[in-house]
Design a binder for this molecule. Structure first.
Ligand code: GLP
Length: 261
């Protein structure tokens, strides 16, 4: 796990955008794993600006989103399909239909989740997965207690996650769906490179467990300790509970910039 502690969101967005731009240069048909939430917004802003300048193109790339609420109408502004379109997909040059997400309105949820897994596999798997992390250590919507071997499936959201996300539903906890579909932890682990972003003091405890805690379903993100290529991009507040923060800082300072992440 590479831990990079940076001054601010702009620096985080820039470093991650560099990695994605390099990937697309090497492999224009790259498969990207896209996350919603506030954490990746700086990455999406940087990529949108670079795409507008002609420095990067998604024209031959494809994308898969991590998760979706169950039961929100297709035109609901908080459905993750609409959120990712607004925050990223509509701002760059993906081909129509190139980005897919789990179908939170499917009649047959298990069949739809299996089809989603099959679509990711058929695309050749995810080359680079962008991730945020919940305050309870969830990635995607893999809440505490998720099987470390899980695949795309339905999950019940914890009360804490619904409280955290109520701000997107006018502060009304009752308006936040109770269930979601999410790529499983094993699905996320299949990505070739995982780039996780966490900022702010509210993420410090989850980051502490993610990086330095024991691997446990209680803190689902800890499964990433078993992944061979994970980059964790943090600001100082999110890194504030890391025992080895100075070591991570020194290590990154000594790394030649051309190597990227
Ligand atoms: C949400 C999403 C996650 C996201 C996390 C953190 O519940 N399902 O994919 O990473 O919460 O969100 P944020 O980045 O806004 O803090």
């Amino acid at each position: 796990m590479e831990i990079v502690i940076l001054p601010d969101n702009d620096a985080i967005g820039g470093l991650a955008a560099d990695a994605i731009a390099n990937l697309l240069q090497r492999k224009p048909t790259a498969v990207l794993g896209l996350a919603t939430g506030s954490s990746p917004l700086a990455i999406y802003d940087q990529l949108a600006a670079r795409c507008a300048d002609g420095a990067v193109s998604f024209a031959r790339a494809t994308g898969f989103t991590l998760d979706e609420y169950v039961g929100l109408p297709a035109d609901h502004p908080e459905s993750y399909r609409n959120v990712i379109d607004k925050d990223f997909v509509s701002r760059v040059d993906f081909a129509p239909g190139a980005v897919q997400g789990p179908d939170g309105l499917a009649d047959d949820i298990p069949a739809s989740c299996a089809a989603y897994e099959a679509a990711i596999a058929a695309a050749g798997g995810v080359d680079l997965q962008i991730l945020g992390i919940g305050t309870d250590g969830h990635i995607g919507f893999n809440e505490p207690g998720s099987s470390l071997a899980s695949r795309t499936r339905i999950k019940t959201l914890t009360r804490q996650t619904r409280i955290d996300n109520a701000r997107f539903f006018g502060g009304d906890l009752e308006a936040v769906p109770t269930h979601c579909l999410t790529q499983g932890l094993a699905t996320i682990m299949s990505a070739r490179h995982v780039v996780l972003v966490a900022t702010g003091p509210g993420k410090a405890e989850a980051v502490h467990h993610l990086v330095e805690g024991p691997v446990s379903a209680l803190w689902p993100a800890t499964i990433l300790q078993h992944h061979p290529h994970v980059t964790v991009l943090l600001d100082s507040a999110a890194a504030s509970r890391l025992q080895l923060a100075d070591y991570y800082r020194e290590t990154f300072r000594a790394k030649p910039a051309w190597q990227g992440i």
